[in-house]
Design a protein around this ligand. Structure first.
Ligand SMILES: [Zn+2]
Length: 861
């Protein structure tokens, strides 16, 4: 049952002085037992005699208050206890059997098919700690935690604090007792168990104020990194430690607040639902951050960004925590902004803001143009709603808006605010107003108008340069209320002249836009104007026709990577908005991509793939794919930089999989697999990408897939083989995959792989997936945990747009609203008025994505 904000508020008003001892017995982890024993002792004071505690368990064995059987009722993931004494501290003891998970939520269990080892890790945000032990599972009820873990002997066992003692239980089990934590929210606690491979890192040392304005203390932080034993050989932990060391210096200098959590462990775990999680002292990462081949700059940059994002959370989120999920953006937008700022400032990845402008912000614009968009400061009535807001608004738009805020108040005021905020609210829980009032004090500005304009409205402004270059036009319509709104923008216009070497910078002019448009005085001279040069503000920025033409031809001559990223962003938004034919975007990427930084090229090639799969009219797709295959192969063959060569190779394989495979492409894929393309060493992930592409294009049989699997017995190979197998474009295989997706008990990664295979673009089906989807999605939503239900709702949404153009309407033009997928969706939405809101949100978004693709196709045909 979802916890509501009202219930959480009521509970935090009643409870205080909270501490826990949690004892888990996972000595059976390697067996087939589905459950483990979990004991919670919660000590607290309550002002109400009825107490509700959260627990999802297969069996509740005992519920005691102060050692005596309690008057309790167990119902739907909760235990209600009556007659709890209110005149003194009490101890509640709950013993239960909880279930190991395969969905990445709660206590996930993974068995490595290669060596048979069993690995456990926990993942709780926003509210899954109570799948593992009874607790008051809400962020503002911070507590001190002591964890006792009985685990298989020989396993590595980690938690937020360092271990203080161990004890042998029997020949093959060992008890691990961890030190008591500082005040911590339940969603930030963590347990790791398994034969994880440990790499001892350096110790970071420094002398900093204990808190901003406080006495100086010596800070010593031992680092360690962990991964599965099977990944030990290729774990490039040196790079992880280098970023971590640099980041700790950066954030200490910036926040002037000594890291308060002791050690800094970073654990790379299998079958992880997200990028990483900021458990203090025990940060977990998706093990896909460990490259399968030679690490490239793009891979290291992306991992570095995540390491620094999580590190920012040690202060922002962990030390000071949002009271409730309405203010999730407070920590996520901040961490996203600060992670990128740190990456640009303290590592070799100085182009971090270019990748932010072209990749991260594209995510924000995508989300903000969906009909389900919401203000950054969202209304989150319950945890079900919270789970859906880990999205492009909360992370990327929020961070982009903070970047605009820095331009607005100045970096100094921004940093001063952070320092004051941490010092004032350490170990507590806050709301947005606490940060904004600190910002007002530091900047001397009244922040309320800015807050209303940026945090409480939805949708991006659209900023356009007039054709004659004399006016900047500013449209700002709230996407939810559809009302005209005003939003202050501080941005830069970049004027470029078309010279012998392409586009040369003439002048950059900062402007302030308030409501309405601005006449430039003096007007900017002639050739090309880049709106939002330097990428200071968040808005859909449109080039005028003249500038766009010049940029399409000369983009790679722009020397500043951020300027190029802003230009790419404009072109991509135009493509998505059906203003630029998608084939032109794909050609621009093929023409200018070679000059880009790896992390930018990575984003561009993904966008190009969306363009050729979904936004190009079906009738033109085959001819365009011929170009894509030829040109990506040329780029790959000419590329000197191994990281970029890898990206071209991935684009080549992706394009291969989107059509029937020819003899020539098959032999090129074989070269990629063999590592015989100069400058492109063989790598496990490239090899599997090639097999999946071959399978999807009808060029690999089950026998070929099995042979590849025989060469790669790893856990990764198992998942990739499942995807390849589901990609085989036979009608029988499609039906098999369809059944497995909806009915089998697949783990999170196998479900992803099977869905990806099923969605293979060259497939024809002998059944209507839209009909099947709408028939069962509501039941599936109810029967699955949210992480799995989301995969089904989003991943299986019928993508008819990739297969066929919209039927022609009365005018002879394609009519997107008459497309069978749109019709089926509209019918479901009409009938399913009482379907869960969260499911409806996903279906409305799926519909909008298809509609957007159909509009782009219609405009180009
Ligand atoms: Zn985060």
């Amino acid at each position: 049952m979802t916890l509501t904000r009202a219930e959480a508020n009521e509970r935090s008003a009643a409870l205080s002085d909270l501490s826990y001892t949690v004892h888990l017995d996972v000595t059976n982890a390697a067996s087939d037992d589905a459950t483990f024993r979990s004991t919670t002792q919660a000590r607290f004071t309550t002002t109400t005699s009825r107490v509700m505690i959260d627990l999802v368990a297969d069996e509740v064995i005992a519920i005691e208050v102060d050692g005596k059987g309690a008057d309790a009722e167990v119902r739907k993931g909760r235990i209600y206890i009556d007659n709890v004494p209110t005149d003194r501290p009490v101890e509640l003891r709950i013993v239960a059997r909880c279930r190991y998970s395969t969905s990445g939520e709660g206590l996930h269990r993974y068995r490595d098919p290669e060596d048979g080892h069993t690995y456990l890790y926990t993942q709780y945000e926003p509210m899954d700690a109570h799948r593992v032990y009874a607790c008051f599972d809400q962020p503002d009820l911070k507590a001190r935690w002591t964890f006792i873990i009985d685990a298989p002997a020989g396993d590595t066992v980690l938690s937020n604090q360092a271990e203080v003692s161990t004890e042998d239980l029997m020949p093959d089990a060992r008890r691990h007792v961890f030190g008591e934590t500082a005040l911590l929210s339940s969603y930030l606690t963590a347990i790791i168990v398994g034969p994880y491979h440990k790499v001892e890192g350096p110790t970071w040392e420094g002398t900093y104020p204990e808190y901003f304005g406080g006495p100086e203390v010596h800070v010593s932080i031992p680092l360690a990194a962990y991964c599965r034993a099977a990944l030990a050989d290729r774990f490039d932990s040196d790079d992880v430690f280098a970023v971590t060391m640099a980041g700790l210096t950066f954030f200490h200098d910036r926040y002037q607040y000594a890291y308060p959590w002791g050690k800094y462990d970073q654990i790379f775990v299998p079958e992880y639902n997200l990028g990483a999680m900021e458990n203090p002292g025990c940060v977990t990462f998706n093990e896909h951050y460990i490259p399968q081949g030679e690490p490239t700059a793009a891979q290291r940059s992306s991992r570095g960004n995540t390491i620094l994002h999580e590190m920012c959370h040690m202060w922002f989120g962990d030390l000071v925590t949002p009271v409730w999920w309405d203010d999730l953006w407070l920590k996520e937008s901040f961490a996203d902004h600060e992670g990128t700022a740190a990456l640009a400032a303290c590592t070799e990845h100085t182009d971090a803001w270019a990748a932010f402008a072209s990749g991260r912000k594209a995510w924000a614009y995508h989300q903000d143009l969906l009909p389900t968009t919401h203000p950054i400061e969202a209304d989150i009535p319950d945890v079900a709603a919270a789970k859906q807001n880990f999205d492009g608004i909360t992370y990327a738009k929020g961070a982009a808006v903070l970047k605009q805020l820095v331009a607005y108040v100045g970096e100094e005021a921004f940093i001063a605010t952070a320092r004051r905020y941490f010092a004032e609210h350490a170990w507590g829980a806050t709301r947005a107003a606490d940060l904004l009032s600190a910002l007002g004090e530091a900047s001397g500005r009244n922040m309320s108008a800015w807050t209303d304009a940026w945090l409480k409205t939805s949708g991006p402004s659209v900023i356009t340069m007039s054709e004659d270059g004399t006016r900047v036009l500013h449209d700002c319509l709230d996407a939810v209320t559809h009302l005209e709104t005003t939003r202050p923008h501080r941005l830069v216009l970049g004027f470029y002249r078309l010279g012998d070497d392409g586009l040369e910078l003439v002048e950059r002019r900062p402007i302030d836009l308030q409501d309405g448009s601005l006449t430039l005085d003096p007007p900017l001279p002639g050739d090309v104007t880049i709106v939002n040069d330097e990428d200071l503000t968040y808005a859909v920025c449109r080039l005028n026709e003249t500038s766009r033409e010049a940029v399409l031809t000369h983009l790679s001559s722009l020397t500043d990577p951020v300027t190029r990223a802003v230009a790419w962003s404009s072109l991509w938004n135009d493509t998505r908005d059906a203003l630029l034919p998608a084939a032109n975007y794909v050609h621009a990427v093929l023409q200018h991509g070679a000059g880009e930084r790896q992390s930018v090229l990575d984003a561009l090639l993904r966008q190009a793939r969306t363009a050729w799969r979904s936004y190009v009219p079906a009738s033109e797709r085959s001819a365009l794919l011929d170009d894509v295959l030829e040109q990506t192969w040329q780029q790959l063959s000419n590329e000197q930089d191994r990281g970029r060569a890898r990206l071209w190779a991935l684009a080549f394989t992706a394009a291969t999989g989107d059509r029937p495979v020819s003899q020539q492409t098959a032999s090129r894929l074989a070269e990629i697999r063999a590592g015989s393309v100069p400058g492109l060493p063989a790598a496990r992930d490239l090899s599997w990408a090639a097999i999946i592409a071959l399978a999807s294009g009808g060029g690999a049989t089950d026998h070929d897939i099995e042979a590849a699997r025989a060469e790669d017995r790893s856990g990764y190979g198992a998942v990739m083989a499942a995807q390849a197998s589901a990609s085989v474009p036979s009608e029988a295989r499609a039906r098999e995959s369809w059944r497995a997706i909806w009915q089998d008990d697949l783990s999170n990664e196998f479900l992803d792989a099977t869905i990806a295979g099923f969605n293979s673009a060259t497939r024809t089906l002998d059944f209507d997936p839209a009909e099947g989807y709408f028939e069962q999605i509501e039941a599936a939503w109810t029967n699955h945990s949210i992480a799995m239900a989301e995969r089904l709702a989003i991943g299986m949404f019928p993508r008819g747009a990739e297969i066929a153009d919209a039927p022609k309407g009365a005018t002879g033009k394609p009519d997107p609203s008459a497309h069978p997928v749109i019709r089926a969706t509209d019918q479901w939405l009409m009938q399913a008025s009482d379907a869960p809101k969260a499911l409806k949100r996903r279906i409305i978004e799926g519909r909008d994505d298809v509609l957007r693709a159909l509009r782009a196709q219609a405009a180009a045909s």
